[in-house]
Design a protein around this ligand. Sequence first.
Ligand code: NI
Length: 169
Amino acid sequence: MALLPILCFPDPRLHKVAQPVQAVDARIKALIADMFETMYHAHGIGLAATQIDVHERLIVIDTSEERDQPLVLINPEIIWASAEMKVNDEGCLSVPGIYDGVERHEAVHVRALDGEGQSRVIEADGLLAVCIQHEMDHLLGKVFVEYLSPLKRNRIKTKMLKVQREERR
Ligand code: NI
């Protein structure tokens, strides 16, 4: 297993649209293991392949307190979403240190392949529903700061670029 570098906003590669995973083979399984290792190491609750510069529809999630409920979503599709919406504070491993409110469906049902390539439906609400919607946005090339006002987004962009410049020194 290996830790993978996570792309940081405003890296343009975060805006690439991911393609469907063609087969849940040894390459994808190794990638899943590396993505979990990377996500747990970074203390994240979700990681989309887009964030590690792999543009395939693959997400790993663990929203449990104990960090012992890994969830793999391959080629996820939302098949139902609640009419009820809710604003939650979100953060992102690709936008470190930034948290802000985003409106999402309170609950969603998602059809996806699991890590063995089996099709399943996940009925999610609360934090898991937020996380799934956030990660699925990544696969479409969308970062959560794009829901914020242009003013806020530009402030975040400036801050991120400054941090990245300082890290390179
Ligand atoms: Ni994110």
